[in-house]
Ligand binder design. Structure first.
Ligand code: FAD
Ligand code: SF4
Length: 595
């Protein structure tokens, strides 16, 4: 017997259900008469912020998350030693047996955080010939923002008006003066540590005291000065002092395994508890949204999701739908939302949905060691496992065509007295000599990571694979993506830069990556639902409200028309706050009706 599940009313046999509501277009039945003010799909950086703001304004919100609820006590195993873990931190090699998507995710997925099935391995995806996209997904509540690197710089007009400067792509439909108060609001809420730097491509914000530097940072800074490159504190969403009832960081250096005390911004410690405190939130977990459902006018009426436990399809209804499933998954849901009004996907009358996929090119343009630190004792400078200082963009600041490439990139430097000697793979050898070498070089190793924005290109996009469905029968997303010449020129530039820097700081280079990392590695993809003033060339308006469907909003990086040299998460939060403010005004003015 087919049954329909809704957590508001429990489970009824199909025959009984039919008498309550009637037949839905997929032959399934909703037993609930409940209509929410808003549905928010996804509880990560964007969705978590949306549900907090909307719930605090008094809206009744149903948040839907594809995986289980994150429980820090159970899921974060950060303070264990490698020798306390059965598989020495690498995880059970058989854990993905039988899963549809076999590939493990580097950095964030390990024996420290694999917990109770936090990462998405049930849903496979396709890549077009020649594309090698690495799509890493955290399906638990809080999403990837449970484990993120916390770099949180503001974007500036040099980013928003880049198309005016160099003629490529589209300008953003906002300028710095308009978004700056929202950046402040996001920073004040999250807690971002940094300094005032007065740099043209990196507007200053409202900061907590900066993170202390590692010994290596002072040496790198001296070298960088000699070659005319800035080396400055990054903007880091890590609490150097107590902030908004969250405790200051205790510098255990395990952030990418999840923080056990909530000393950096994450939805798990910040937005989700805030939204729940209002009692206006209904949070559905293990609920994979497949499409937006529409009414007879083509407006959003709710969403349909697959209950992972029962594999049944369920419908939930609301006056407004917010998609925040993390960039490409938002486009996936929209492309799969086909109806009489929207034959190629909801809000896709201009064919822009899924187009303009961009990413950060990542890779190490140089790694090696600092001989002057050989024999030095280790100091407790393992203050974060990610960004402390960086080289913010210094290219093409005065003239967009100073270099052979347009726009610009930034560089992060890693090293210091981390618990694990990350440079082990850069030293040759084996056995006891290998171990001695690892000890000898501790703590001298350093490495660089380039962050170079790709440009929008008509050949980089996502669509629906016409031949493949996932294990729940949902048509799969397909990636089409290649690095472009501009970002490859930046990559070459950064390799020359590292040769100069190592020389200038008295370092020895062991090498550099042969090729950039696979597209997708950075987790900063943008563009597939870009916002803009022209409804012919963009999916949403400047408020992230789709041009075609005014009660459908988007709260993730899919709206950003182009990446910058900066990361995306703090801007996702700032733009989400602004979008929700606009939506609340629409509720106030009765443009959106309350349920
Ligand atoms: C190791 C690491 C380091 C990083 N470093 C940085 C950094 O330094 N700075 C920075 O800005 N960013 C960084 N990032 C990226 C950052 O995590 C993302 O930019 C941010 O989390 C994106 O927010 P989001 O809400 O769009 O997506 P997520 O936080 O991933 O949340 C997406 C949510 O949507 C849910 N979802 C997905 N599909 C569906 C569906 N079909 N139905 C229902 N729910 C769904 C997921 O369960 C999840 O809760 C890093 C990420 C990682 C993992
Ligand atoms: S270093 Fe600080 S923010 Fe990172 S996990 Fe440890 S206590 Fe949390």
């Amino acid at each position: 017997m087919q049954i329909f599940v809704n957590r508001e009313v429990g489970v009824l046999p199909l025959q009984q259900a039919r008498t309550r509501q009637g037949r839905s277009k997929r032959g399934l039945f909703s037993l609930t008469t409940k209509i929410y003010d808003a549905i928010v799909v996804g509880t990560g950086a964007g969705g978590g912020t949306a549900m907090k703001v909307l719930c605090e304004a008094g809206l009744k919100v149903c948040a839907i998350n594809s995986g289980p609820r994150t429980d820090p006590a159970e899921d974060y195993r950060q303070h264990r030693q490698v020798y306390d873990l059965k598989f020495r931190g690498y995880g059970n090699p058989l854990r993905l047996e039988g899963k549809a998507h076999q590939e493990p995710y580097s950095v964030e997925e390990s024996e420290y955080s694999e917990g109770r099935d936090l990462f998405e391995h049930d849903i496979a995806y396709s890549t077009a010939p020649g594309t090698d996209w690495y799509w890493k997904r955290c399906k638990a509540t809080g999403g990837k923002a449970n484990f993120w690197g916390r770099s949180s710089a503001r974007f500036g007009d040099i980013d928003f008006k880049a198309a005016d400067l160099d003629g490529i792509g589209e300008n953003w439909p906002v300028d710095y003066a308009e978004i700056s108060p929202w950046f402040s609001k996001a920073e004040r809420y999250m807690g971002v540590a940094s300094t005032i730097q007065n740099r043209p491509s990196n507007p200053d914000g409202e900061y907590l005291p900066p993170m202390p530097w590692r010994c290596i940072d002072y040496i790198i800074q001296k070298g960088a000065e000699r070659i005319g490159v800035p080396y400055l504190p990054d903007r880091c969403a890590q609490l150097t002092v107590d902030h908004n009832n969250h405790p200051a960081c205790h510098y255990c250096g395990n952030c990418s395994r999840g923080c056990d005390v909530g000393s950096f911004f994450s939805p798990t410690w910040f937005t989700i508890p805030d939204a729940e405190a209002t009692k206006n939130l209904t949070l559905l977990t293990d609920a994979l949204v497949r499409n937006v459902i529409t009414d007879e006018n083509g407006l959003a009426r709710g969403v349909a999701y697959i209950d992972r436990g029962t594999r049944q399809e369920v419908e939930v209804y609301a006056k407004v739908v917010v998609l925040a499933a993390s960039c490409v998954e938002t486009a996936h849901i929209m492309l799969n939302s086909k109806s009489r009004h929207w034959p190629t996907g909801i809000a896709n009358s201009n064919g822009q949905l899924g187009r303009n996929l961009c990413d950060h090119l990542y890779g190490s343009p140089g790694y090696g060691y600092l001989p002057k630190l050989l024999g030095q004792p280790a100091t407790p400078d393992n203050i974060a496992d990610s960004t402390v200082a960086w080289m913010p963009r210094w290219q093409n600041l005065k003239n967009p065509h100073e270099e052979k490439f347009i726009r610009g990139y930034s560089v992060y430097m890693g090293g210091g007295c981390g618990e694990f000697p990350g440079y082990y793979g850069q030293i040759e050898g084996f056995g006891s000599q290998f171990k001695r070498d690892i000890k000898r070089y501790y703590p001298t190793g350093i490495g660089a990571l380039i962050q170079a924005p790709s440009l929008p290109s008509p050949t980089n996009y996502v669509d629906i694979d016409p031949d493949k469905e996932d294990i729940f029968g949902i048509p799969q997303l397909r990636f089409h993506f290649q690095w472009g010449q501009n970002e490859l020129l930046m990559w070459e530039h950064s390799k020359r830069l590292m040769t100069d820097l190592f020389k200038a700081m008295g370092g020895e280079m062991w090498g550099m990556d042969d090729e950039p990392n696979r597209p997708g590695t950075s987790l900063h993809e943008t563009g597939v639902c870009r916002f803009g003033n022209d409804s012919k060339t963009s999916v949403t308006n400047k408020w992230a409200q789709t041009h075609d469907v005014p009660n459908l909003y988007i709260c993730d990086a899919s709206i950003f028309p182009s990446p910058t040299d900066k990361t995306t998460t703090m801007p996702i939060i700032a733009f989400t706050m602004r979008t929700c403010d606009h939506m609340l005004n629409n509720f106030k003015q009765d443009i959106h009706k309350r349920a």
